[in-house]
Write a protein that binds this ligand. Structure first.
Ligand SMILES: [Zn+2]
Length: 402
């Protein structure tokens, strides 16, 4: 009783601190606060109010904190099994980090602690830049720990007749220099313009020599298409990514007049279909992790495609049972990737994949306003997701010692 009274006082103090310009919050304990407003069935509560009874909305007596300030502490007491180190060695197929003279020792220490065996840098560039990166990796004491994918000639800018052949020749040279795959960044297909000023579609026939060359050289193509579909929607208060859109101007695809999410996906799928001999890795689950039925359809229709799970952990962690079933069914079709190299963040991935922990904290509020649950994948599936699928899809990875 005493404790409850104390926490009411605390809440009042916090609320007043959050809105110092407001008069002190009323401290009364009687009654039910403000009068309720009636709504009709099917109607939403007006802004500033919340449903308190069927058909009745009420505003809080204290000024409501903003979504960045409201950070409730969960009182759930339940078994916890943090996983600082992955159970099996990991290939991070989707990284943008490679070693430098200064960082290599630190990186290896961190990777060993997390059990990351190979960090694959997708930002290899092409030509001299790519060769320099590969040569540096090979010059370190850890040549098997760092690998590189090549990128498109001239960043796919100003594509015109003849580009495809030139870019394919460049890719061939880059693979000879040591690239083990090819990466397409999200701008390509979405924003990058051709020489004639039109948007370069990812299924443009001019690019066909690239995909055919990747197939002949037996290297995978990892493709980041689009963005989460909510980025293409107006940032209303119903948009799951409102905060992220409010934080980062470069994610506001709803302002992009050139293309929609569905167009991008259709062009990508057409690319997959037209080049069945080319192995594609759809980065970020193809942005279908919020709709695993759609992800399954993508895999069923395109045997040449696998998925990679970077930056969609919040979607897996909110559907642990559907996620578990998907990973078991498609255990040969998912690769591990993280995108941002941040040693503190990897353990959240291990925990979602390995444990059956419930309702645990996620590290990035702007991705998700919810907590995560573990999928509890069996060891055989974990091994495939962590490294075996990557080794099969990317023959240029170090194949021995696993
Ligand atoms: Zn990336």
């Amino acid at each position: 009783m005493r404790r409850a009274a104390l926490s009411v006082v605390t809440a009042i103090v916090v609320a007043s601190a959050l809105a110092a310009q407001e008069p002190a919050a009323p401290g009364g304990r009687g009654g039910r606060g403000r009068a309720a407003q009636q709504i009709k069935s099917g109607e939403e509560c007006p802004p500033g109010t919340t449903l308190v009874r069927v058909g009745q909305c009420q505003s809080p007596e204290w000024p409501a904190p903003s979504i960045v300030d409201y950070r409730p502490t969960s009182t759930l007491v339940v078994d916890e099994h943090p996983v600082p180190r992955a159970k099996f060695p990991v290939v991070d197929i989707h990284s943008h980090t490679g070693p430098t003279m200064e960082s290599v020792g630190r990186l290896i220490g961190e990777m060993d602690g997390l059990n990351i065996r190979v960090l694959n840098n997708l930002s290899g560039g092409y030509g001299a830049e790519l060769k320099q990166k590969v040569d540096f990796n090979r010059s370190t004491k850890f040549p098997n720990r760092f690998t590189v994918f090549a990128n498109g000639l001239n960043g796919f800018r100003d594509v015109e007749a003849g580009y495809g052949r030139k870019a394919a020749a460049q890719l061939e040279e880059d693979v000879r220099a040591g690239a083990i795959g090819f990466k397409i960044f999200k701008q390509t297909g979405m924003d990058t313009l051709k020489k004639d000023g039109t948007r370069l579609k990812i299924n443009d026939p001019e690019l066909a020599p690239l995909w055919e060359t990747a197939a002949r050289l037996n290297i995978p193509v990892i493709i980041h298409t689009g963005e989460p579909q909510e980025f293409f929607q107006q940032p209303t208060l119903h948009n799951e990514r409102w905060l992220e859109l409010a934080l980062f101007a470069d994610r506001r695809q709803y302002l992009n007049k050139n293309v929609t999410f569905e167009q991008l996906v259709a062009e990508r799928d057409d690319l997959f279909k037209k080049h069945p001999k080319t192995r594609f890795i759809a980065a970020h689950f193809g942005w279908h992790a919020n709709n695993l039925g759609r992800a399954a359809k993508l895999l069923d229709e395109h045997p040449n495609v696998v998925l990679e799970l970077a930056a969609i952990l919040y979607d897996l962690g909110r559907q642990p049972r559907a996620g578990h079933n998907f990973f078991v069914k498609y255990q040969d079709r998912v690769l591990f990737g993280k995108d941002t190299y941040a040693p503190a963040e990897f353990p959240y991935y291990w925990r979602v994949l390995e444990t059956t922990d419930e309702y645990f904290d996620y590290y990035r509020d702007y991705h998700a306003f919810w907590n995560l649950y573990g999928m509890g994948l069996p060891d055989a599936v974990l091994r495939k997701v962590y490294y075996q699928n990557a080794l099969r899809v990317t023959p240029g990875l170090p194949q021995s010692g696993w």
